[in-house]
Design a protein around this ligand. Structure first.
Ligand code: ADP
Ligand code: MG
Length: 220
């Protein structure tokens, strides 16, 4: 794939929850192109629409108006979303959770487990492999959620506040893992954050305020 191929393109994409007087416009007409190799931080306070924008990019939500187009080369497992909240399956242990996307795409079990352990090692979580989600902390679960996406080696990594529950040093290390993995596979990486020091580590920063994606010229 060419290094600057457009993977996802949003044109005046809006997302509204509810109707009438109760309606909440989570994303106002956003224009955004994500190309392979991009390193984008979406920076904004809580409630500004960051998760909603990522869900539009991932195809989890359909735009209420405008369009979100994904390149035909992107299959469902080429997009890896690190969810902001808890997303591990309670009945599966950490390595099974991490291997799940690979098992679902018919990868042999042994190979899926090896890839999962390698991804867990990238976020210093290999020692948690046999624990259940209820036996690990919120910050550890966040690192496992990152590993699960890295194991999948997607072409587009969407990480929703992947450092939000981590102390600064651990958060920085998780971001290292995301950047390194994206560098190895040539994936695009989009990270949402409200932490300016995390945002500073991505190549491009776009602010979000009250559902509006700021233009590149507006400082986040
Ligand atoms: P952020 O990720 O920046 O905190 P969100 O995208 O989660 O922002 O939310 C943007 C706005 O959309 C907020 O006002 C939030 O309350 C609202 N919102 C998000 N998801 C839903 C939903 N499923 N139903 C109704 N309102 C929602
Ligand atoms: Mg959010």
């Amino acid at each position: 794939m060419p290094s600057d191929e457009v993977l996802v393109s949003c044109a005046d994409a809006a997302l509204t929850f509810g109707r009438g007087p109760q309606a909440v416009v989570a994303v106002h007409g956003a224009d955004l192109e994500i190309r392979s190799g991009d390193r984008l931080a979406v920076v904004g306070p809580s409630g500004s629409g960051k998760s909603s924008l990522l869900h539009l990019l991932a195809g989890l939500e359909q735009p209420t108006s405008g369009t979100v187009a994904r390149a035909a080369v992107l299959g469902p497992y080429d997009i890896g979303l690190v969810f902001q909240g808890d997303s591990l399956i309670p009945a599966l242990n950490v390595v099974e959770n991490t291997a799940l996307p690979l098992v679902l795409t018919d990868r042999p079990e042994g190979e899926a487990r090896r890839c999962a352990l390698a991804a867990l090692a990238l976020v210093d979580a290999a020692d948690l492999a046999d624990r259940l989600p209820e036996e690990i902390s919120g910050g550890q679960a966040q690192r496992v959620a990152v590993a699960r996406v890295l194991a999948q080696a997607p072409r587009l990594i969407l990480a929703d506040e992947p450092t939000g529950r981590l102390d600064h040093a651990t958060g920085s290390h998780v971001l290292d893992a995301l950047l390194t993995a994206a560098g190895h596979t040539g994936a695009a990486l989009v990270v949402t954050t409200h932490d300016p020091t995390i945002a500073a580590r991505l190549t491009v920063r776009r602010g979000m305020r009250d559902g509006r994606l700021l233009t590149p010229e507006e400082v986040p």
